[in-house]
Design a binder for this molecule. Structure first.
Ligand SMILES: [Zn+2]
Length: 438
């Protein structure tokens, strides 16, 4: 394919202005109220002469869809994003979280990284394809959904159930992975899979009574004993196909072809890998809520806790229940599963992965592109459940400090990264979707 003459200074300024404005729509979920943000994106598309539509799942819960037609020679690629954000407490931010301020080379605000920034890169990619009138061999779709930060029931889950005919795709590119500057190199982590999510309600019971005469089991003590054992428990290291491929590729790069899961912690402590990778290799159990007692001199008859679990691909309800049961080492705690969403994994040997790898390695010689299992959940799971190959990649490169602002205070993206991500994403899409004569 030919190289294109694009004025990246102008594109960078344009993308910066759009992201700054997009951050100013307060789409904190709940309640979300994504409609004005979706209408803003639609207005930008219409100004370019690109048609789009808004699909509303409930009043104010708007999903934006646009499409550039290809020849149909190959299956569609859908660029997926969400416009809702999580809560931001303005008292702990250096800049107001919905200001979209552009200062010190950064665009500040909730959603800059998760994930209004990627939405803008996706929007710019579609707009550039349109402006250049690039012939495509597959349809290119842009879908900016509501409600990702809750359970997707007004966004991706609803769309998959109610509008599959409009959004069906062979491949999805979404959030989930990024580049990380670590150990003197840039590691691009592509989320080719993600862990599952389950909640368990743990209940311990007893007779209760006067605290001066503590007869019989105290439910608080029983529950605390079980949770303490669970806190000390480590699920076995179990690489699934995604992390097998990760280890294989990383091993080749480091000159250690027999790299195993056991080495990952070592590489993390040596500063070669980011700490979150240790959660990609085992099930994780986190107690998150605990409730018991109302009065200082009464032993309550019941103590209840929530344990949130993040499971590896292939782990079912019965597996996770028996693992948590064994880890609690406490017969007298009742277990109930209140939420279960299995993990999902896409193949790593695909034409799209090859294009991502090749594009990034050409643009940034020395970078390393690896598939990985994301420890949290994204909307990709709804598409994988329909057989779509879905990858998570915001093609920017962060240091660990910037990475830590996601869902925290002072979330921001550098203008340089916004340009880098737009360039990379546009090039990935051009290589993957462009007709051979493009
Ligand atoms: Zn997100």
């Amino acid at each position: 394919m030919q190289s294109l003459n694009l004025d990246w200074t102008t594109i960078r300024n344009e993308a910066t202005g759009i992201l700054s404005r997009l951050i100013q729509f307060d789409t904190t979920n709940p309640p979300g109220h994504e409609r004005p943000a979706a209408e803003y994106l639609l207005s930008l598309l219409e100004k370019e002469g690109i048609q789009g539509e808004i699909l509303e799942s409930a009043p104010g819960r708007a999903n934006l869809l646009a499409r550039r037609r290809g020849s149909g020679e190959a299956g569609p690629l859908l660029l997926l994003g969400h416009t809702d954000v999580v809560y931001a407490d303005p008292t702990v931010w250096q800049r107001p979280p919905f200001s979209g301020l552009v200062e010190d080379g950064f665009i500040w605000g909730r959603g800059a990284l998760d994930m209004k920034g990627l939405v803008v890169m996706e929007l710019m990619t579609l707009i550039l394809c349109h402006r250049l009138d690039l012939p495509l061999k597959r349809d290119l779709l842009l879908l900016a959904v509501a409600d990702e930060e809750a359970l997707g029931k007004f966004g991706a889950a609803w769309l998959v159930d109610h509008h599959w005919d409009k959004i069906a795709a062979e491949y999805v590119l979404n959030e989930g992975g990024e580049g990380v500057h670590i150990g003197g190199r840039t590691l691009y982590l592509v989320a080719t899979g993600e862990k599952g999510y389950a909640d368990f309600r743990l209940t311990a019971t007893g007779r209760g009574g006067h605290s001066s005469r503590p007869e019989g089991p105290n439910p608080i003590v029983t529950l605390a004993r079980g949770l303490s054992c669970l806190g000390d428990y480590h699920s076995p290291l179990t690489p699934t196909p995604t992390m097998d491929r990760f280890l294989q590729k990383l091993g080749q790069h480091l000159g250690n072809p027999t790299l195993t899961a056991e080495h990952v912690n070592e590489l993390i402590s040596q500063g070669i890998l980011p700490p979150f990778l240790k959660y990609a290799l085992r099930n994780v159990f986190s107690p998150t809520v605990i409730n018991a007692g109302q009065k200082n001199n009464v032993i309550p008859p019941r103590a209840v806790a929530n344990v949130n679990c993040r499971m590896l691909p292939g782990v079912g309800r019965a597996d996770i229940e028996s693992e948590i049961r064994a880890a609690l080492a406490e017969e007298d705690i009742r277990l109930e599963i209140t939420e279960f969403n299995p993990a999902s994994e896409s193949p790593t040997h695909t034409a799209l992965f090859d294009v991502i790898e090749h594009t990034l390695e050409c643009a940034e010689p020395g970078c390393l592109v690896l598939p990985f299992l994301m420890p949290a959940a994204t909307d990709s799971r709804f598409f994988r459940a329909r057989g779509v190959t879905a990858y998570g990649l915001t093609p920017i490169a962060l240091n660990l400090d910037e990475y830590g602002t996601v869902h925290s205070s002072d979330e921001r993206i550098s203008v340089e990264n916004l340009e880098r991500g737009t360039r990379h994403l546009f090039e990935i899409v051009r290589q993957f979707c462009g007709a051979n004569n493009a």
